[in-house]
Design a protein around this ligand. Structure first.
Ligand code: NCD
Length: 321
C-alpha cells in the first residue's frame, strides 16, 4: 500500500515500536486515541481494498495454550490483511510443549523465526515471563484469569464507535467477574475515563478485591450488586460474560452459578433505547438468542472491531503506524 496513507513517522518516534502489550495498565488516554485512530484507518483500508501490504514480509507466531476462536483467528486475519504471514501454534499438544519444553524456550525458539509473538496461556503473568526472555514484541492474548488487554482495547473501541463517547457512560459488567480476564482488563482501562461501573455477579464470582481497589484509587464511581434488573435502566453498556467453567475446582460450584444471569428481550425492556449489549464471546446461556436481532446487541459487531484494533496493534509494534 501507499505508505503515506497511515500516520507514519520515523520509527523511533512511534510510541509502540518494538514494545510488548502485556497489560492495559501500560496505556494512557492519548495512547488510546492513537490506537483507535489507527484502527479507524485500518477499517477504512479493509473496506476499500480488503488486504494491503503494510506488513509484507513480517511473520507473526500465534501461540495458543488455551482454546480460542476469535482472538486467534482475528490476529491471523489481521496479519494476513496487512500482507504478513502467520505461524499458527494452537494445538500445543502437537508442539514440543507436550515434550515438556518450557515457555521461555518456546518463545526463544519462535522469535528466531517470527517478528512478533501473540501468546495465550493459562498462567497469570505468562506473557510477562515470555517478554523477559524474548527480544521481539509479545502480545498478551489472555494470561489465565489475569488480563486480556487486546480484548479490552477492542471493547473500548466498540463502545466509542457505537455510542460516540466514553465519558459520562454507565457500564454494567455482569457474570463471572472473578475469573473473567476480559472484565479485569476492561475495568482497569475504564478508570482512565469518567464512567460509572456497576459490577453484577453472584457472591462467589465478585470482582477481585485488588481491582475494586484500583477503581477506588482512581475515584471511578462503582457499586457491587447481585440484582441485574436494578441497574438495567441506567445502563449504557451492558457487558455480559460467560461463567468460566474451566477455572472452577468443583463442578457443583459451577453448576450452582452457571445460569445466574440470562439476558432476554424481557430484561432489555427497561433498558434505554440507545444502549449496547456486549459480550467477549463465546456465550453459553447468558444471552438468549432472541436478543441477537435487537439493534442494541453489539456483540457480533464487536468481533469485527477487534480485527481492526489488532491490525492497528500489529502495525504499531512492528513500527509501521
Ligand atoms: C474471552 C477469553 O478468552 O477470555 N474470549 C475471547 O477472547 N473473546 C472470554 C471467554 O472465554 O469467556
Amino acid at each position: 500500500m501507499n505508505e503515506t496513507i497511515l500516520p507514519f513517522g520515523d520509527k523511533r518516534e512511534a510510541p509502540f515500536y518494538g514494545k510488548d502489550i502485556l497489560s492495559v495498565s501500560q496505556f494512557r488516554r492519548p495512547d488510546l486515541d492513537y490506537i483507535f485512530a489507527v484502527a479507524r484507518e485500518m477499517q477504512g483500508m479493509v473496506t476499500r481494498v480488503g488486504t494491503f501490504d503494510l506488513l509484507k514480509g513480517k511473520i507473526l507466531a500465534n501461540v495458543f495454550y488455551e482454546p480460542s476462536t476469535r482472538t486467534s483467528s482475528s490476529f491471523t486475519a489481521a496479519m494476513e490483511r496487512l500482507g504478513g504471514s502467520v505461524i499458527p501454534i494452537n494445538e500445543v499438544r502437537y508442539s514440543s510443549v507436550s515434550k515438556g519444553e518450557s515457555l521461555p524456550d518456546t518463545v526463544r525458539t519462535l522469535e528466531r523465526y517470527a517478528d512478533v509473538i501473540v501468546l495465550r496461556h493459562p498462567d497469570v503473568g505468562a506473557s510477562a515471563l515470555a517478554a523477559e526472555y524474548a527480544s521481539k514484541p509479545i502480545i498478551n492474548a489472555g494470561d489465565g484469569i489475569g488480563e486480556h488487554p487486546t480484548q479490552a482495547l477492542l471493547d473500548l473501541f466498540t463502545i466509542s464507535e457505537e455510542l460516540g463517547v466514553i465519558d459520562g457512560l454507565t457500564v454494567t459488567m455482569v457474570g463471572d467477574l472473578k475469573y473473567g480476564r476480559t472484565v479485569h482488563s476492561l475495568a482497569r482501562l475504564l478508570t482512565l475515563f469518567d464512567v460509572r461501573i456497576n459490577l453484577v455477579s453472584p457472591k462467589i464470582l465478585q470482582m477481585p478485591p485488588e481491582i475494586v481497589k484500583e477503581l477506588q484509587t482512581a475515584h471511578t464511581p462503582h457499586g457491587e450488586y447481585s440484582d441485574l434488573d436494578k441497574v438495567i435502566p441506567s445502563t449504557d453498556v451492558l457487558y455480559i460474560t460467560r461463567v468460566q467453567k474451566e477455572r472452577f475446582n468443583n463442578v457443583e460450584e459451577y453448576e450452582a452459578v452457571k445460569d445466574a444471569y440470562v439476558v432476554t428481550s424481557a430484561t432489555l425492556q427497561s433498558a434505554k433505547q440507545r444502549m449496547i449489549v456486549m459480550h467477549p464471546l463465546p456465550r453459553i446461556n447468558e444471552i438468549s438468542g432472541e436478543v441477537d436481532s435487537d439493534p442494541r446487541a453489539a456483540y457480533f459487531r464487536q468481533m469485527e472491531y477487534g480485527m481492526y484494533v489488532r491490525m492497528a496493534l500489529l502495525a504499531m509494534v512492528l513500527g509501521k503506524a
